[in-house]
Design a protein. Sequence first.
Length: 212
Amino acid sequence: MKKVYKNIFGETVSKAAAEQLNEYHLYYYLKDSGLLKQIDFVSDDEIYNINYFLHEEDENEVFNDLKEKSSFFDIEKRETLGDFIIATNKLYSLTVNEEPLISKSIFTTTDPENFICSQVIDNETLEPVLDRTTKCWYTNDENGERYAAIEFSYQEDGKLELAIDKTPNREDDQEWEYYDYGTFQNLQKKFTENISYYKTAAMLPKKASKNS
């Protein structure tokens, strides 16, 4: 494993410099492929959180190893489906119980850092909790920084509850515009592309779902 130390701003620092900080992050990469395997979040020389990225390993073995290091950790597994990446996260807080909070997040292969959909999954049914679904539409601001310009939330039946459009002025919430299921067509009129994906809590666009 290759270890890389970073401060809380994501800047790479030496091991000696990191250990002088109150808090730092330790990244583990596979030497051969460069794949990111794990991030340790360290504060006052104690690991308080771990993000682990699962590939071919046995998940139970990973779980048993991580719980020896921290009571709070997240195991993430990603798979690619056409133009989309599906990330399944199991977030454990062992001080509460050993049942994880399960969620699925959808990314595009062209933007694997910013999710377009995130859903909490019911532990018993393994079905999405529709009113705990968030979707985001992204654009770049005047400085070229990518941001979630429109955020969407949903009702229990999966229909759009609220769309918050920040494009009029990202910095001033007084200028934001609001839409719901009944007025969604007014938001659609602002686009040349079809944005019907955001009208309901469906995890994947219909084309991708048909191919799955």
